[in-house]
Design a protein around this ligand. Structure first.
Ligand code: 6PG
Length: 239
């Protein structure tokens, strides 16, 4: 399902409202809320809104467990780090226990070994069914999501929940959740705005099924809900 908004602020408000609603439902039903944050630049406004006085008191943060959908394999103080961006915009500003936060990076190990560790961590919190309550995703201009990039072997992964690989086009290692575990989620919200994403979004939603070219097409929740929150630019209805 897709919802088109007039501006980014309205997208941020909708996404923050969904976050609060999902958190309160999960905490009421299961005693905890497991959420996957996305990186990139799109979610920063959502995270800042959630950290604002209007929102942060609406969530019982001690029962929130935070993971990431993907990470650039760079130190946590590197400006490219999705973890750093998340701490700067929300996690340093809400009363969430540090033990409830699971950065997708560690200094003392290889990305390949850490991918195995991270999968074990996910299973220790979610159990073997691996069903996250909410997964936030962005989408690149090329139709990638998380670190599921076009043409990469990770797109074909059907068993592992977490994979690391060298992304040659960006000369860096990436670590990412795979489509099998993403598709187990209760709710998946994709945030995309700007005209640069219009072509990929049109192909993802209306083009032939070609996930090797448009990896976002891999995202099809097994039983959960998939919602695209986009602006008119990304929807191609700007004019
Ligand atoms: C990353 C992100 C990535 C992001 C898209 C969109 O590590 O870059 O997780 O999947 O969501 O690239 O990025 P923007 O939000 O910056 O357009």
């Amino acid at each position: 399902m897709i919802q088109i908004f007039n501006n980014i602020e309205d997208i941020n408000t909708k996404a923050a409202d969904i976050f609060v609603q999902s958190a309160n439902k999960a905490i009421q039903e299961n005693g905890k809320f497991t959420v996957v944050l996305t990186g990139g630049s799109s979610p920063a406004g959502i995270y800042k809104l959630l950290a604002s006085s209007n929102y942060k008191t609406k969530i019982d943060w001690k029962n929130v467990y935070v993971f990431w959908g993907d990470e650039r394999w760079v130190p946590l103080d590197d400006d490219r780090s999705n973890t750093k961006m998340s701490f700067d915009t929300i996690l340093n500003h809400v009363p969430i226990p540090k033990n409830n936060i699971f950065p997708m990076y560690a200094d003392s190990t290889s990305p390949e070994d850490f991918a195995i560790t991270y999968e074990q961590t996910v299973k220790s919190i979610l159990g073997e069914d691996g069903k996250f309550d909410l997964i936030l995703l962005g989408m690149g201009d090329d139709g990638h999501t998380a670190s599921l990039f076009p043409g990469e072997a990770v797109l074909k992964e059907q068993t592992k929940w977490v994979v690391s690989y060298r992304l040659e086009s960006q000369n860096m290692h990436r670590i990412t959740l795979t489509s099998p575990v993403i598709n187990k989620a209760e709710k998946i919200v994709v945030v995309a705005f700007g005209e640069k994403k219009a072509h990929a979004l049109k192909e993802v939603l209306h083009g032939d099924y070609n996930p090797n070219t448009y990896p976002m097409q891999l995202i099809k929740p097994i039983s959960g809900e998939l919602l695209f929150l986009v602006d008119k630019g990304a929807a191609g209805t700007e004019h």
